[in-house]
Ligand binder design. Structure first.
Ligand SMILES: [Zn+2]
Length: 172
């Protein structure tokens, strides 16, 4: 996969020895020839919230590439050791100024879409419990949009969530 070429691990993080590569458990992996540490790459996991209000959904406009200027669900990476629901709540507050409660798990979307993207996104349903709608963090605008008047949407994952929402709202 091309997305690892720029941040390949060149030295063992434990003993500093230059790493080498070999096949470990059926994949080529970076390892340390001195202390035998093997780099098992972990997936990057993001959490997102779907907030609905009067038939509209909450979206945030991206200030960073890729897809700068397009709109996504409030979302961000889950930190190591962080509860995914708490990550979703934290990211929503940082990007939109709104305090939310998680009301359910909507779906988990897998597939990395760009070099710095997530390998999977956990999408929660969330309800507003406080705060004031204000763009922050990596969003420069936040707003509610009716499902039939959506702005340009960033990422297949966002489109997939919206599509399944529309299908659930209009069965058959
Ligand atoms: Zn080592």
């Amino acid at each position: 996969m091309t997305h690892h070429q720029n941040n390949e691990i060149k030295f063992c993080p434990y003993c500093g020895t230059p790493t080498q590569k070999k096949i470990v458990y059926e994949k080529v992996r970076v390892f340390c020839p001195d202390c035998n540490w093997v780099y098992y790459e972990d997936p990057k996991v993001a959490a997102a919230v779907l907030v609905q209000q009067n038939g509209s959904i909450l979206l945030a406009r991206r200030i960073f590439n890729p897809n700068k200027g397009e709109w996504t669900l409030p979302a961000g990476f889950i930190d190591a050791h962080e509860d995914p629901e708490q990550a979703a709540i934290r990211e929503c507050l940082e990007e939109t100024g709104l305090e939310v409660n998680i009301s359910g798990l909507r779906e988990i979307i897998s597939g990395r879409e760009h070099d710095r993207g997530a390998d999977m996104v956990i999408v929660y349903d969330a309800e507003i419990i406080g705060g004031i709608l204000t763009a922050g963090d990596d969003a420069d605008e936040v707003a509610f949009f009716p499902l039939d008047q959506l702005p340009p949407i960033a990422f297949q994952a966002t489109r997939k969530v919206i599509k399944s929402l529309i299908q659930k709202n209009n069965p058959s």
